[in-house]
Structure formats: structure tokens, C-alpha cells
Design a binder for this molecule. Structure first.
Ligand code: AMP
Length: 215
């Protein structure tokens, strides 16, 4: 089962991907996480993309396609992949299609998560993640059950993203509407698109995503 979660920043892709990892054993491939890891570990790619990411622009197709290609190679025997934040351009979508074909894998569904812009701003400006396992929390809507302790792994170290501020968010939204939203038409034409409402409680959205996967 290989799926793409498609939607603007703050739509809940990472949150839902994390649940699918825990509940269904899928492997989450988030190019955003891979790029942030590259920055933390001080690789050449990390240095190359730092300013672009902080601004909220997209990094080059070449870089993200090569990151995804490497990860696909190492994980092909699992239960399947959730592509989270990839593809973000038509060139990336074509590259993913070729990569999957070359590994005799199919794309089972592209789940578009629809959320209006106002909700995106509120979600993004309050969010933080567990530094250990990547579980996503929010100052208002999803605090850990025990203050300061991750519900999933018990970790107590949390981080906020440098690009989760209003100015970068504006650029990221622009990049989404300009470069990524054409993928909605692309996958619709291939009969792979399923549109879901990304608003509401995390459990409600998870139930909608689950229904798509079972349907
Ligand atoms: P995300 O965690 O998916 O919101 O991604 C954070 C940032 O990483 C984006 O704003 C881009 O700068 C970069 N990025 C992540 N995935 C991609 C991608 N598929 N194509 C281009 N840039 C990406």
C-alpha cells in the first residue's frame, strides 16, 4: 500500500502519516524531515538548502528526488510508503511514477487533505514536535496528556520549526498554490485522487483517511 498525502502546509499530513506508521506499519517518507535531518547532521545538502527552507521556498527537484530515491531503495520490503510532502511539483510526480515503476511498486491512492487558509495559520503557529519520535503537538489543540512528556515515546525534548512563522508560511502557501496544487489535476486525471476534509479533530480526520485506505 503506497499512498501520497497531498495538501498545504499545516493540513495535517505529518500528523496523519505518523498515525499510519504506528497503526498500520507503513513507512513515512517525508522530504521535509529528510531535509531537516540533513541540516542537523551538517551535510553538504543540508547547507545548500538551509536558506531556501527558512524562507519557505521549494528546494530543487533534483535534491528531493535523489533523497526519495535513496530511501525507497532501503525500505522496499515493508508494508508500504506514505509520501508526505512529496511530490510537490509535476516534475517530482513524474519522477515518483518512474521510480515506483522501476521497483515494480504501484501508487494506491493520493489523498488530498483540504483545509482552509485561516485554519492553516492557526495550526502552524502553535505546533511543535517530539525531537525523539516526531509526534506532532499543538499549544491549544493537542497538548501531551502528561505535561512535557511525549504520549508516544515518553521523550521530554520538543522542537519548533524555524519556518513555522507567519512570513515563511505566506511563502510556503504561495509555493503550494503555484507549484503543488496542479498535482490535484494531475492525479485526478489518473483517477488516483481522493479528496478528504482535513478539518476537525485528529481522530475524525484519521477515520476519514482510514476509510479511504479500506475503501
Ligand atoms: P515540510 O516539512 O514538508 O513542510 O517541508 C519543509 C520545507 O522543506 C519546505 O518548505 C521546502 O523548503 C522543503 N521541501 C520539503 N519537501 C520538498 C519537496 N518535495 N520539494 C521541494 N522542497 C521541499
Amino acid at each position: 500500500m503506497n499512498i501520497i498525502l497531498l495538501g498545504p502546509p499545516g493540513a495535517g499530513k505529518g500528523t496523519q502519516a505518523h498515525r499510519l506508521v504506528v497503526e498500520r506499519g507503513l513507512v513515512q517518507l517525508s522530504t521535509g524531515d529528510m531535509l531537516r535531518d540533513a541540516r542537523t547532521s551538517g551535510t553538504e545538502v543540508g547547507a545548500q538548502v538551509a536558506a531556501v527552507m527558512d524562507r519557505g521556498d521549494l528546494v530543487t527537484d533534483e535534491i528531493v528526488i535523489s533523497l526519495i530515491s535513496e530511501k525507497l531503495d532501503g525500505n522496499i520490503s515493508g508494508n508500504g510508503f506514505i509520501f508526505d510532502g512529496f511530490p510537490r511539483t509535476l516534475a517530482q510526480a513524474d519522477a515518483l511514477s518512474d521510480l515506483l515503476k522501476s521497483k515494480e511498486q504501484a501508487l494506491d491512492a493520493v489523498i488530498e487533505m483540504k483545509v482552509d487558509d485561516e485554519a492553516l495559520v492557526a495550526r502552524i503557529t502553535g505546533r511543535y514536535t517530539c525531537s525523539n519520535c516526531g509526534a506532532v503537538y499543538h499549544d491549544v489543540t493537542k497538548k501531551p496528556t502528561k505535561d512535557g512528556k511525549c504520549d508516544t515515546c515518553g521523550g521530554s525534548d520538543f522542537t519548533r520549526r524555524a519556518d513555522d512563522n507567519e512570513e515563511s508560511l505566506r511563502t510556503r502557501l504561495m509555493a503550494y498554490y503555484r507549484d503543488t496544487s496542479p498535482l490535484i489535476g494531475y492525479y485526478y486525471a489518473k483517477d488516483q485522487l481522493v479528496r478528504t476534509d482535513g478539518l476537525g479533530e485528529i481522530d475524525e480526520v484519521a477515520a476519514r483517511v482510514g476509510a479511504v485506505l479500506e475503501g
